[in-house]
Design a protein around this ligand. Structure first.
Ligand code: SF4
Ligand code: SF4
Length: 844
């Protein structure tokens, strides 16, 4: 038996990682496919995707879009990754059915209810958990798996080391973002746009509030920060240079952000990662500097590794920019006037050409910034078309860009490249990424041999040749001829990689038979890419509504407190119970003992909102204090809810705290709520993404009795891995070398309207930027009580004991019908505690 193998491109047995590119519209889809994306993700205009502002695709065109993707041998994933409301579930259902009929390869979801619905209607449909789901540890991944998810896109705040640890044990594929814009907040946890303008980031309508300027206020005094104003605007992610590390982390897919970006960005970035991946797999040379620059040139706020190498509070946010700057190309050395033209003079070490865009960096928040296209270039007193390096280059930006002022010493960026489109066309025209096939031809003398083609994702087709293997009369068929015939994949999306031949020595085959088999195998490959789904068209969503059988929890007014003085004050004022929300968790033990010695009311504890690998011990420590109730705030703690899965404490059986799933679990519809309640949860707090009408609609059912509604709180706007305090009050990179300024200072950010936004750090050094004015649901209290809601909550941040007492007394009067909502607002305002409607406002 002859047994030969050969490798073209040496893809061999190495694990292939998918390059997943964004497609905000048809042009971007073409750009992604042309530049070699293995898969693309996109939304439809029917809504429910995290980029509502992208052009997206018409639902009716889904079939055509998927055919185009599959014809190219690629995969297409539909984004359905927003929170949805009950009245929208029928529309979501239509999209799920359309997705199955169009044979999308996966649907990307955030909402528990959408996942449950999709899996029930189309059990074979693959689901990917969006990064919006905030999966940060193994239990959160397991929870996603319970919802039917096949792949999890991890939170962008995880380091590669943490990702590697998760990938070792993950029961599903993991995907990470490697390129593009970063959110300053954990995705799925940003409530800023909702609180400020009623535009929910969890509904794809983020207003980019993190890109606005802020002042820093420390202990009540504004701190001078020079040109730094964009204190929450992170640089963009660019991990193309660390591709071997990405591969080593055990992930299955590398995602590129950018469904709002232009096709040039999609083409350049996809191409860059394709090249970097090929180099890391030993299939091609390293990308050149120009490949890197093309991508950066299309869109970049300055490249960074985000959190992939761990936190670095000094490097993530530069503070001087909030928008695209492109590539830094030099420094301004002054100006010169010739006639009526003022020329900028600069030193540059980069290529600059006529028509390129440049930006001369301004002062704070872009003050006196200058930008425009290059109209004229002079080097060594000569007019030139382009220059690559110059110590005294003169640039004129045209009549509409007068140069006033002194720009000496300012950094200069090239924001656009006149030749960009041409460069990309040229590079991509000879850059066609093909899918590598593992081929095998095997058979015995006198039998028809079997030709197998296998794709990297293990999809395989087997085709029997229409002619048997014969003994060679003269010359046996040569290996190289078989390879040459099977490698004829010219205008297909495939290329032959490995070829194994297992046929007897001294035999031959008709070449025409080999050709026919190859063509048939290619045809069948296209079919294998189109997954067949069986759709339960008559599925009744009501069947997902498994109402709880346990009794609802006791009602009352509960208060989250940041210190023991607040807790004492609110319990004295008549609160039904407290949750100690001591972010740093220090002092919890003495506090719980002190309060128990004075009050008989239940004392609960709020768990951190993010739980990374290794941080389960915080939950275990808190459980060890035996609070009467636990506010579960992360998917990880929801999954490992100690009632459900047991606690590693010796006499745990006697300990039965009440567990409440908090707002950060993002419940906005009945299916999600019931899923959460089915996990031994006594009550849930609806997402803060619901406005007043949506809140009433959700709770006007048996669910109302299982809800705990927040009546009064300042909205937690951004919840961040980035520590603003360490970044701006120290030179430290993380908690080990920051000197802990958080212990000594009270820090706030002041927004453009002059509102002070408190910044609070938790045990994991995660910062929450909190709204400076509380919002009140007082107007809704009566309707909610009518719907059966019995548990209400007030959340405190920096209120004094007296203010805390005033709030509790006021809301107790409201709930006892002793004080109508408008009177309560007046009372609170008179006590220096004004309220707004905030996210409860009903818009449109
Ligand atoms: S951090 Fe918030 S405001 Fe900023 S981009 Fe992300 S979702 Fe939008
Ligand atoms: S110790 Fe304090 S200042 Fe330092 S990183 Fe942690 S939260 Fe920030």
């Amino acid at each position: 038996m002859r047994n030969n193998s050969d490798t073209i491109g040496s893809v061999g047995m190495k694990k292939r990682v998918e390059i997943l590119a964004p497609a905000g519209d048809d042009a971007c889809l073409d750009a992604a496919l042309g530049a070699g994306a293995d898969a693309v993700y996109f939304g439809v205009d029917a809504g429910f995707n995290a980029r509502a502002r992208a052009t997206n695709f018409e639902l009716q065109s889904l079939n055509a879009v998927m055919n185009k993707i599959h014809d190219q041998g690629r995969r297409g994933y539909l984004t359905l990754n927003t929170l949805v409301f009950d009245h929208e579930l029928s529309q979501v259902r239509k999209i799920i059915v359309a997705a199955a009929e169009a044979r999308v390869d996966a649907v990307i979801v955030q909402d528990f209810g959408v996942a449950r619905l999709a899996k029930s209607i189309v059990p074979t449909l693959r689901l990917h958990a969006s990064t919006q789901m905030t999966c940060t540890d193994r239990p959160s991944i397991e929870l996603a798996v319970q919802l039917g998810v096949d792949r999890v896109t991890l939170a962008r705040e995880l380091s590669l080391e943490e990702v590697r640890g998760l990938a070792d044990l993950a029961p599903v594929e993991l995907e990470i973002f490697a390129h593009g814009a970063l959110c300053i907040s954990y995705s799925g946890q940003c409530l800023t746009s909702e609180a400020i303008g009623g535009r929910s980031a969890n509904r794809g309508a983020c207003a980019q509030a993190c890109r606005l300027p802020f002042d820093l206020v420390v202990d009540g005094v504004e701190r001078e920060l020079g040109d730094r104003a964009y204190l929450l605007s992170p640089k963009d992610l660019d991990a193309s240079r660390i591709m071997p590390e990405l591969l080593g982390s055990g992930i299955s897919a590398i995602k590129l952000e950018g469904r709002l970006k232009r096709p040039e960005y999609v083409a350049a970035t996809t191409r860059l990662y394709r090249l970097a991946l090929a180099a890391a797999l030993g299939e091609g040379p390293e990308p050149e500097v120009s490949d890197q620059e093309l991508s950066t040139q299309c869109y970049s706020r300055g490249p960074s590794l985000g959190f992939l190498h761990g936190v670095d509070h000094q490097s993530l946010v530069d503070g001087t920019t909030c928008d695209h700057i492109g590539i830094e190309v030099g420094t301004c050395s002054g100006t010169s006037v010739i006639g009526n033209r003022t020329w900028l003079r600069l030193r540059t070490h980069h290529r600059l050409a006529l028509g390129d865009g440049i930006l001369v960096q301004g002062g704070r928040a872009g003050e006196n910034e200058l930008g425009g296209r290059i109209w004229k270039l002079r080097d060594a007193n000569q007019d030139v078309v382009e220059v690559h390096n110059s110590q005294d280059l003169w640039v004129w930006l045209g009549p509409d860009r007068p140069v006033n002022g002194d720009f000496t010493g300012r950094r200069i960026f090239r924001t656009s490249l006149a030749s960009l489109e041409g460069d990309l066309r040229r590079l991509n025209s000879d850059f066609l990424s093909k899918i590598p096939l593992q081929a095998r031809l095997a058979g015995q003398l006198g039998e028809r041999p079997l030709l197998s083609f296998e794709m990297p994702d293990k999809r395989r087709v087997d085709v029997l040749l229409d002619h048997p293997i014969e003994r060679a009369v003269t010359t046996p068929i040569e290996y190289s001829i078989i390879r040459e015939k099977l490698a004829r994949l010219g205008d297909t999306p495939y290329q032959l990689a490995d070829l194994t031949i297992a046929i007897p020595e001294g035999t031959t085959l008709p070449l025409s038979s080999l050709n026919r088999a190859r063509r048939e195998a290619v045809k069948q490959l296209a079919t294998t890419l189109r997954c067949q789904h069986s759709v339960a068209y008559d599925f009744d969503p009501e069947s997902l509504l498994n109402w709880p059988t346990c009794k609802p929890l006791e009602g009352g007014l509960f208060v989250t407190c940041r210190n023991v003085a607040q807790a004492r004050a609110v319990l004295e004022a008549g609160a039904s119970g407290v949750y100690l929300d001591f972010l740093a968790i220090t002092g919890l033990g003495p506090a719980i003992r002190e309060l128990r010695s004075q009050f008989s009311s239940p004392i609960g504890i709020a768990l951190p909102r993010i739980r990374k690998p290794g941080e389960e011990k915080i939950d275990a420590y808190i459980a060890g204090l035996r609070p009467d109730a636990l506010l579960l705030r992360s998917l990880g703690s929801l999954k490992t809810n100690i009632i459900q899965s047991g606690c590693p404490l010796p006499d745990f059986t006697a300990y039965k705290p009440v567990c409440i799933a908090d707002f950060s679990i993002n419940v906005t519809n009945t299916i999600s709520a019931l899923d959460v309640l089915s996990r031994a949860i006594g009550a849930f707090t609806p997402s803060f993404d619901l406005d007043a009408a949506q809140l009433r609609a959700l709770l006007d059912s048996p669910l109302g009795a299982y809800a705990e509604v927040v009546l009064h709180h300042p909205m937690p706007l951004f919840h961040m891995e980035h520590c603003v305090i360490a970044a701006l009050l120290s030179d430290g990179h993380d908690h080990r070398d920051c000197g802990r300024p958080c212990d000594h200072h009270v820090v706030s950010l002041r927004d453009r309207k002059g509102v002070h936004l408190p910044v609070e750090a938790d045990i994991g050094c995660r910062n929450t930027v909190i709204h400076g004015v509380s919002q009140s649901a007082a107007d809704q209290a009566s309707a909610l009580r009518g719907a059966g809601v019995k548990r209400f909550r007030i959340e405190l941040v920096r209120e004094t004991s007296n203010e805390a007492r005033t709030l509790v007394a006021g809301y107790l009067d409201l709930l006892a019908d002793r004080c109508p909502p408008h009177e309560l607002r007046t009372r609170l305002k008179a006590s220096g505690l004004p309220v707004v409607r905030g996210s409860l406002r009903v818009i449109g």
